[in-house]
Design a binder for this molecule. Structure first.
Ligand code: NAP
Length: 310
């Protein structure tokens, strides 16, 4: 298969490109700069220097591809996430960029387009399992991912196989944010803020990458699915796990304080979202190798403690 990937240097893109290459596929990947082109080449992909806003460039990149995996994003840095302006580029990629990509996919007859959306669009579900069809409450900053989902629906209505995977929070060895989780825990602070009984949806990055690749290759799969690990944990349980791994008491920051610091646009970070992968698992046979964050965080802590090879 020839896959055209956007966002191939990101936390999700890096393991996805690696997995596609390891399975023998040819990967063309959008490079935003000479540095990202160099990283993509080193990963065995063929970099294509174009832009999400250059429709003819996307048509040229898509020509002859069997699948498009659309992973480009520009999430606002945590220090600026309260500001609406800091999300503008991300909105532009998700709205105008996805529209251009769908137009290019339709113009070139690419058979399948896979888009990882964001499970935290769901409204707070308490202890209930959540999946497609549950109420959503995207807040201003996540509305653009629902617009991108609609673009995938437009592509499917025109005859393509469109797949949206509403992904839980991605963590693992390819994510810089995950290293911060362990560093904070060593200082006694849990990065998983929110009420103690609120579920945190997570998925190991290599499992998320595997889900994207499986979705692109399974002809029967079309529409929207949820991707998370098997056992979402509550914030209280995650703090307990981090306590066990660091050997010091890890506490959740006070929810009222985090709510105040995040502001209304980021309130989705505090919700209870017990996201179920059952529909996706049943459709594809995909199963996470890391079943819960208790296992995943332990793996990361072991890797961090291992001596660096000379
Ligand atoms: N990480 C999560 O927890 C999570 C959870 C659920 C869903 N997702 C979804 O998964 C996708 C990938 O997320 P991620 O965490 O891998 O993001 P990430 O680590 O921030 O990577 C973003 C990627 O997008 C590229 N990019 C940035 N601006 C671009 C532009 N203007 N045009 C084209 N490419 C651009 C970056 O390329 P450069 O390296 O060249 O800057 C990079 O490859 C997104 O759709 C995101 O919403 C992520």
């Amino acid at each position: 298969m020839i896959a055209f990937v956007t966002g191939g240097t990101g936390a999700l893109g890096t393991p996805t490109v690696a997995r596609l290459r390891a399975s023998g596929h040819t990967v063309r990947a959008l490079a935003t700069s000479p540095d990202s082109a160099r990283r993509l080449r080193a990963a065995g992909a063929e970099p294509v220097q174009t832009s999400m806003f250059d429709r003819p460039g996307l048509v040229a990149a898509g020509r002859g591809a069997d699948a498009i995996l659309h992973l480009a994003t520009r999430i606002a840095p945590a220090s600026q996430a309260r500001s609406r302006g800091a999300w503008r580029e991300n909105d532009r990629i998700r709205i105008a960029g996805t529209r251009n990509l769908v137009d290019a996919a339709l113009a070139t007859g690419v058979g399948v387009l896979v888009y990882p959306s964001f499970a935290p669009v769901y409204a707070d579900g308490g202890a209930r399992w959540l999946s497609v069809g549950a109420p959503v409450d995207p807040t201003e900053v996540l509305e653009s991912t629902l617009v991108a989902e609609d673009e995938v629906v437009r592509y499917a209505a025109a005859g393509g196989r469109g797949v949206v995977l509403r992904m839980a929070g991605v963590y693992g060895p390819h994510s810089a944010a995950t290293r911060d989780v362990l560093a904070l825990a060593r200082r006694g602070i849990s990065a998983f803020a929110g009420p103690p009984d609120a579920y945190q949806p997570l998925v190991w990055d290599e499992d998320a990458a595997a889900a994207l690749v499986v979705a692109s290759m399974t002809d029967e799969v079309g529409g929207t699915y949820d991707v998370a690990d098997d056992e979402p944990l509550t914030r209280a349980r995650l703090a307990q796990v981090l306590t066990g791994l660091t050997g010091r008491r890890v506490r959740r920051p006070p929810t009222w304080l985090v709510r105040l610091a995040l502001g209304p646009r980021m309130k989705f970070l505090l919700r209870s979202q017990r996201v179920s992968n059952r529909r996706f698992t049943a459709a594809t046979g995909w199963a996470p190798q890391v079943r819960s964050a208790a296992d995943g965080l332990a793996r990361l802590a072991r890797a961090a403690a291992a001596p660096v090879p000379r």
